[in-house]
Structures are given as C-alpha cells and as structure tokens.
Design a binder for this molecule. Sequence first.
Ligand code: HEC
Ligand code: HEC
Length: 278
Amino acid sequence: MSLKASLIAGVLIAGWSLTAAAETPVERGRYLVESIAGCGNCHSLQDAGGVVPGKEFAGGPPIKDAAFDAWPANITPDKETGIGSWSDAEIVRAIREGVDRDGRLMGPPMPFWLYRDIADDDVNAMVAYLRTVKPVKNKVPDSVYRIPLPPAWGPAVAGVTAPPRTDKVAYGGYLAGPVGHCVECHTPMTDKGGLDMARLGAGAREFHGLWGTSISRNITPAAMGDWSDAEIKRAITTGVSRDGTRLLPPMGFGFYARMTDGDLDALVAWMRSLKPAD
Ligand code: HEC
Ligand code: HEC
C-alpha cells in the first residue's frame, strides 16, 4: 500500500473506532464483567481451562477460610435459583452495598467496601449485561460467616461518577480499586485485620486453593520500577512474570486478557504512581 493509501486507511480506521466507541450499556457491562471486574472468577465454575462452558455465573465453588464458607451466588437470570426476579435496584444494591434481596447483609470476600465506588453508569451496565446471560438452574447453599459482620458496609450509595479517562492515574486507580479490586489482594493486612493502606500494593497476602498457596506480589515501584510497560501488561494478562515463570491463581489473568490497551495503560500508570513499599 502506498503511504497515501495507508494514511487514508488509518483515518478510516480511526473514524470507524470513534463511532464504534459509542457502546451500549449491555456492551459496556459485558466488557467490565468479563474483563477487569472478573465477576466470573468467583461466580462461575472454573477448571484448568478457565470457566466451565454452561456454568457461567451459575455459582462458583465455595471459598473457605477460618472466617467463612462463602458460596458465590447464582447470578444468572434464572427466576428460581438466580436473580431473574430481582429488580435492577435490588441487584445494584447487592453489588454496591452488600445487601441481598431480603435485606440481609452479605459478608466477605466479595469486596463490597470497594464496589460501593463503582460508578452508577458502570453498575447499571453490569446489571444490563447480567440480564442477557443464559439462565442456569443451580441452587447454591447459604454462606456461613464465623465472624461478626458490621451493621452495614456504609451508607446507601447513589450518584457515583468515574474519574475521566483522560486522567490515566485516577482512572487506573478506579479500575484497580472499585472495579477490579487489585488493591484488595495486593495490600497487606494490619494486625487489626484491615488493609494497611499506608502500604497499598505491597502484596504479601496468602491465598489457598487447588493450586496450593500463592502469595500476592509487591506491585509498587519498589518491586516493578524497572519493568517495562509491556512486561507489566504481559504479567497481568497472561500470568507470565518478567523472568518467564508462570504465576498462580487466584488472580484472574484470563479475564484481564480481555482488557483494552487503553485500560491496561491506565492500570500501569496507576501502579507507577504508588508509593514504593517494601
Ligand atoms: C471474591 C469473590 C467474589 C467476587 C469477585 C464477586 N462476588 Fe458476588 N458474591 C460472592 C459471594 C460469596 C456471594 C454470596 C454472599 C452471601 O450470600 O452472603 C456473592 C453475592 C452476589 C450477589 C447477590 C446474589 C444473591 O442471590 O444473593 C450479586 C448480585 C453478586 N454477588 C454480583 C457480583 C458481581 C456483578 C460481581 C462483579 C462486579 C461480583 N459479584 C464479584 C463472591 C464474589
Ligand atoms: C484474587 C487476588 C488477586 C487479584 C484480584 C489481583 N491479583 Fe495480582 N496477584 C495475585 C497473586 C497471589 C499473585 C502472585 C502469584 C504467584 O506468585 O504465583 C499476583 C501477581 C501479580 C503480578 C505479577 C508480579 C510479578 O512479580 O510477577 C502483577 C503485575 C499483578 N498481580 C497485578 C495485579 C493487578 C494490576 C490486578 C488488578 C487488575 C491484580 N493483580 C489483581 C493476586 C491477585
């Protein structure tokens, strides 16, 4: 192709992607749920090959801990065993406030304290998408919590907006916190059991499962300052670390592989802005 022809093609492609950027709520919801939010990492049955076909969102395996046996709910539109008969507002409240349809407060590990800052548009888009997935009949047992839950995860939520995408660090922080809860897994706990926010991103959390034990890594510039952007993105989207070793679950690499390059850039910008922590 001549230079002129390729320039014209480039302009046409740029023009096409501008029109294509006008996503519908269902498309936006699919993107968030299936990539950065990775809801299926808990709510779908998975095996070594990823999510088991036909079991998408039908309820995940229990997540067991000293503090709880948590059973990720069936969030398909099945009317009896899923959320098909819930209103949009009830589903939004469950996601952002951790209150189920009967008014019962839900416990960890669904990160409600972060989800409360998911923007109105984005949480509504997630609900719009969940309404379109295949209903699956699967009755999930009730979760058991052996720790006292707070009276509420916070006051009622409404009127949340996301930071502008042009502010990469802030938007990356929105993806890494409220939407993707990277911060939850990658921040050490204090003696009192809360996250040590002064050491945001320092890692050192332990996860037990079929894979054995994995320990989240330090993702602040103290550990990753000399990695290239491409190396960081490869680790997030493929689970291959800088030295070529394969990273273990429960981080949802297969979900993050579906992120747009722009969103990955924002995540990297946010990681590079963190206070270096040992
Ligand atoms: C870390 C695991 C985890 C992640 C990530 C997670 N959830 Fe959950 N979710 C759970 C568990 C466990 C429950 C059940 C809690 C209970 O009943 O006490 C639950 C409950 C729910 C409920 C209430 C349904 C019902 O029938 O009670 C909804 C709706 C929901 N999740 C949607 C989502 C969406 C949407 C996302 C992604 C933005 C998500 N969850 C991410 C673990 C998770
Ligand atoms: C459910 C917990 C969990 C979530 C959510 C999570 N991670 Fe991880 N992450 C881990 C664990 C555990 C490891 C280390 C795995 C290992 O050592 O095999 C890891 C490894 C990494 C690595 C590789 C570092 C290295 O030295 O190779 C990067 C980068 C990373 N995470 C960034 C992120 C980002 C960005 C997000 C959000 C998009 C995220 N993580 C979400 C648990 C999590």
